[in-house]
Design a protein around this ligand. Structure first.
Ligand code: ADP
Ligand code: MG
Length: 464
């Protein structure tokens, strides 16, 4: 299987990337539902985990369906005990984890290594991901309300009006981060608070396992003994009626006993059609907080914070470029920045805009604005009142050549097409012609404000 998966990765990522990052992976232990892959250095392990972890899990699962988890470890660590929490924290969004952390007992970071993945016993403390703290959460307009609610729950769980706390929003906007932050904060506090965090998927998985092993009573008791129960990605329970039923009962039992519930989902309770009405009603009767899509300002702040934490100097221009290009999901934004930082560290080269475009070529391509070169040509031709065919014609009259250059300039700025690709769309011109056009327009924009305003206007029109 491993041979096939390697070959597959090699094809997917290309030879260079494969040799740089993936060739050194060795197959470690194979357990019933978990595969361990070994890497020689901490850096490689973190890198492979963040960039390829999900893909490796998917491929393994496709190859061997009962494999539910791929664990990446340091090769030397194999025989030794697993060290700090961060070392086996699972990357966000990959395998589901149950985290039961008790503040009075084991501190995150010094937790005993999990005896088995998935954790069956409530006392067994697996660390919450220490990266997802309130400290590392950047607050801005789109998330300030959700953040404030999460803080409030972490300070005073089970306050009236905040129970349950229902966090919702699109993928990668920080729901999981905030839930972990609540857990981490509670685990730091003086009071002994038992926190259980799990994905809804894991909740179902454990519930079914409990039914099979006829230990549903135990499962229920365990759940009902916690002070704070957090269930992530509740939308997973849509269509899973039995699990919903069980969750509903647990939910009621906990709330009645004055325990705090935190739930996340991709939609608001009222929009989660497919969940039972009575469950939706109860979910909506505490505090419902929405994580909105990020704004440019928030994306910049997040990037600044992460760049500063990495210790690598990333020029503001590069941060702005990323914040413009990758707009949907903070995870991807972060992933892009991490890759840049890793390259800078690995090759000791400064981060520049050019290097960014090169290193992130594939990501940027996927995030290309929907703007096409044809659209750019059309808008620019309209603006200066020339014929569209002149974008590709050989005519060199200034009245035609200048708009053509602007269109090339915008094509370079707004798409991630390469210079030769752009050249081809403009009547098979050479890439040096495009390069010349780009620098010529930039130069003119500096000298001629009216012209610069025209170009800016066109750019904004094309972007919106
Ligand atoms: P969700 O659960 O909503 O899909 P996550 O909480 O997993 O999203 O967030 C995705 C990634 O983006 C995580 O690595 C998280 O740390 C990061 N992230 C999201 N929002 C913020 C923020 N406001 N500040 C810092 N990091 C963030
Ligand atoms: Mg999440």
């Amino acid at each position: 299987h491993w041979g096939r998966i390697r070959a597959r990765m090699q094809v997917e990522v290309g030879e260079v990337e494969y040799r740089t990052w993936l060739r050194q992976i060795r197959l470690g232990e194979v357990e019933a539902d978990e595969i361990t892959l070994l890497l020689p250095t901490r850096f490689l392990r973190d890198w492979v985990r963040s960039q390829y972890g999900d893909r490796l899990s998917t491929l393994w699962h496709a190859e061997v369906p009962h494999i539910r988890r791929v664990e990446l470890q340091l090769a030397a660590e194999e025989a030794r005990e697993r060290p700090a929490a961060a070392d086996h924290a699972v990357p966000a969004g990959s395998a589901p984890v149950v985290v039961v952390a008790s503040a009075g007992g084991v501190k995150p970071g010094h937790a005993a290594p999990p005896a088995e993945p998935g954790i069956a016993r409530g006392e067994l403390a697996a660390p919450l991901d220490p990266r997802f703290s309130f400290d590392s959460f950047v607050v801005g307009k789109p998330n300030e309300f959700a953040h404030a609610c999460a803080r409030r729950v972490a300070e005073r769980p089970s306050s009236p009006g905040f129970n349950p706390l229902f966090l919702y929003g699109g993928v990668g906007l920080g729901k999981t981060h905030l839930m972990h932050a609540i857990g981490l904060e509670l685990a730091r506090g003086e009071r002994t608070t038992t926190v259980a965090y799990m994905s809804a998927e894991k909740f179902m998985y454990r519930f079914i396992a409990a039914i099979r092993s006829q230990s549903t009573m135990e499962f229920k008791e365990q759940l009902r003994s916690v002070d704070v129960l957090m269930i992530d990605d509740l939308q997973f329970l849509i269509g899973k009626d039995n699990t919903q039923e069980e969750f509903f009962h647990t939910f009621n039992a906990l709330v009645d006993a004055g325990k705090q519930i935190v739930v996340s989902a991709d939609k608001s309770p009222s929009d989660l059609s497919g969940l039972e009405d009575r469950l939706r009603t109860r979910l909506g009767c505490g505090m419902v907080a929405d994580l909105h899509a990020t704004t440019f300002e928030l994306r910049i702040s997040i990037l600044e914070a992460k760049a500063a934490a990495s210790g690598v100097a990333v020029p503001p221009k590069v941060l702005e470029f990323l914040a413009h290009k990758i707009t949907t999901n903070v995870r991807e934004l972060e992933g892009a920045l991490n890759r840049l930082i890793a390259h800078a560290n690995l090759f000791g080269r400064p981060v520049t805009l050019e290097a960014t475009q090169e290193v992130l070529h594939d990501i940027l391509k996927a995030h290309d604005r929907r703007v096409t070169i044809e659209e750019i040509q059309r808008k620019v031709a309209e603006h200066w009142n020339i014929r569209l065919t002149d974008m590709s014609s050989a005519r060199r009259a200034r009245a035609v050549a200048r708009p053509r250059q602007v269109a090339m300039f915008l094509a370079k700025q707004l798409t991630s097409r390469s210079l030769p690709e752009i050249g081809r769309k403009f009547g098979n011109r050479d890439h040096t012609t495009v390069m010349h056009a780009v620098s010529r327009v930039a130069e003119l924009m500096e000298r001629d404000t009216a012209f610069a305003e025209d170009v800016e206007l066109l750019r904004r029109m094309l972007e919106s």
